[in-house]
Design a protein around this ligand. Structure first.
Ligand code: NAD
Length: 388
C-alpha cells in the first residue's frame, strides 16, 4: 500500500482527479489517497495554501495534483509555483509522445520528446517590483547608477521590473538531472535551450554550465563537439545506442521553429523555467494538444505529478474534458513508485482507447461537435475496462 497525497484542485480538477483515481485503482496498485484541498476557493477563504497540504506531501513524498487556477495579474501568486518552490521540486519533466489516433494538426507521427524544465529559478522566482512603488524607483535608480552599459530609460513611475535569477548551482542540478534521465531512459540526445545571444549573464551562464555537465559526461558518452558554442545540424547517435547521449545547443527562437518542422530530430530538451513553460505547450500542440500532455515535478525529497494544462474554468463540472493528461501523469507516478508493470499496463490501456477512437472526449474526435464523444468519467471507465 502506497500513501499518496491527492490534490483535486479547482475548475476541471476535481472531475479529472476522480477519473484518474479510478484508472490507478484499476491497475491493481493499492493506494491510500490523502485528499488535500488547495483549489482557488480554499486559498481565497484561508488566504494561503493550508499548511496541511505541504505537511501531507512532505510525509507521503508523492502527490498527484489536478490543476489549480492562478488569477492573472492580481491576487495570490501561483499555488503551483509555490508548491514547486517550497518543496524544492527543481525538475519538471514533460514527455510528449504521439499516440495513434490522436488528432493532430501536424503529421508528426513519431514525436517522442521529453522536456526537462528547471522549475524554481528564472522569472518564476517571483521577485518583482511594481511600477510606481518607492522600492521600484529606488531599484531603477540603483540599476542606472551601477549599469556600465545600457540604462533603463523609461520613467521610474511607469516601469515594472521582474528579476531573472539563473545560478550555476541551479543550472548544474537540472543539467545533471537531464543527462541522468537521458542515460537511464536510453535517450539519444540532450539539447540545451536558452537565449544566450541576448542575455549573456543569465543564459550565457546557463550554456557554460550545461556545456560543463555535458563535458563531464564526455568520458562516458559520445559528445557532439561544440564549435564556439554552436553545433551543426542535429546529430542523433546511430542505432540509438543507450550508452551514447549527444549534447546539442539551440537558441529558443530557433528551437520553436525546429520543433515544428522536424521534431523527430530532438529527444531530451533541457531548458529554463519560462522557456520550458512555453515549449511545453508547443510540444503538447505537436502531439495533439494539452489534453494529452502529462508532467512530473521532481525534487530530492518529493515529487508532484500533474498535467501540463490548467483548470479550464469554462468546462468545470461539465464532465466534458479529456482526462488523458492527468491519467498519463499518474502513469509517471506509478513508474516513480517503482510500479513499472502497472505503469505500462495503464499506458497501454490509454493508447488502446485512443486508438479505438470510440470512447474518447470531444477534443479527440475528428469533429469537435461529434455527438458520439463521451464524457471525462466515461473515457476513464473505458480505460479501466481496457485493463481488465
Ligand atoms: P488551460 O490549460 O486551463 O485551458 C486552455 C484551453 O485548453 C481550454 O479552454 C481548453 O480548450 C483546453 N484544455 C485544457 N485542458 C483540457 C483538457 N483536459 N481536455 C480538453 N481540453 C483542454 O489554460 P488557461 O485557460 O490558460 O488557464 C486556466 C487556469 O489554469 C489559469 O488560472 C492558469 O493559471 C491555470 N493553470 C494551472 C496549471 C496547473 O495547475 N499546473 C497549469 C496551467 C495553467
Amino acid at each position: 500500500m502506497y500513501h499518496v497525497t491527492l490534490l483535486p484542485g479547482d475548475g476541471i480538477g476535481p472531475e479529472l482527479a476522480e477519473a484518474t483515481k479510478l484508472c490507478v485503482e484499476a491497475t491493481g496498485v493499492k493506494i491510500d489517497w490523502d485528499v488535500q484541498e488547495c483549489g482557488l476557493p480554499v486559498i481565497e477563504r484561508e488566504g494561503r495554501v493550508p499548511p496541511g497540504v505541504l505537511d501531507s506531501i512532505r510525509k507521503n513524498k508523492v502527490a498527484l495534483k489536478a490543476p489549480i487556477t492562478t488569477p492573472i495579474g492580481k491576487g495570490f501568486r501561483s499555488v503551483n509555483v509555490f508548491l514547486r518552490q517550497e518543496l524544492g521540486l527543481y525538475a519538471c519533466v514533460r514527455p510528449c509522445k504521439t499516440y495513434k489516433g490522436v488528432r493532430s494538426y501536424f503529421d508528426a507521427t513519431n514525436v517522442d520528446l521529453v522536456l526537462v524544465r528547471e522549475n524554481t529559478e528564472d522569472l518564476y522566482a517571483g521577485v518583482e517590483f511594481k511600477a510606481g512603488e518607492a522600492s521600484t524607483k529606488q531599484l531603477l535608480s540603483t540599476i542606472n547608477e551601477l549599469a556600465t552599459g545600457k540604462k533603463i530609460k523609461t520613467g521610474a513611475d511607469t516601469t515594472g521590473v521582474s528579476i531573472k535569477p539563473i545560478s550555476y548551482e541551479g543550472t548544474r542540478q537540472i543539467a545533471n538531472f537531464a543527462f541522468d534521465y537521458a542515460v537511464r531512459h536510453g535517450r539519444k540526445s540532450v539539447t540545451s535551450v536558452c537565449k544566450a545571444n541576448i542575455m549573456k549573464f543569465t543564459d550565457g551562464l546557463w550554456y557554460d554550465e550545461t556545456r560543463a555537465v555535458a563535458a563531464a559526461y564526455k568520458s562516458k558518452f559520445e559528445w557532439d563537439e561544440l564549435k564556439d558554442g554552436v553545433t551543426a545540424d542535429p546529430q542523433i547517435t546511430p542505432n540509438g545506442d543507450a550508452s551514447k547521449v549527444v549534447y546539442m545547443e539551440r537558441l529558443i527562437d530557433n528551437m520553436c521553429m525546429q520543433l515544428v518542422q522536424k521534431p523527430e530530430q530532438y529527444d531530451v530538451i533541457l531548458t529554463q523555467n519560462l522557456y520550458g513553460d512555453i515549449l511545453s505547450d508547443l510540444c503538447a500542440g505537436l502531439v495533439g494538444g494539452l489534453g494529452v500532455a502529462p508532467g512530473a515535478n521532481i525534487g530530492p525529497d518529493s515529487a508532484i505529478f500533474e498535467a501540463t494544462h490548467g483548470s479550464a474554468p469554462k468546462y468545470a463540472g461539465k464532465n466534458k474534458v479529456n482526462p488523458t493528461a492527468l491519467i498519463l501523469s499518474a502513469k509517471l507516478m506509478l513508474e516513480h513508485l517503482g510500479e513499472k508493470a502497472a505503469a505500462e499496463k495503464l499506458e497501454r490501456a490509454v493508447a488502446k482507447v485512443i486508438a479505438d477512437g470510440k470512447d474518447v472526449t470531444y477534443d479527440m474526435k475528428d469533429d469537435r461537435n461529434d455527438p458520439t464523444a463521451v464524457g471525462t468519467r466515461e473515457m476513464a471507465q473505458a480505460i479501466c475496462k481496457a485493463m481488465e
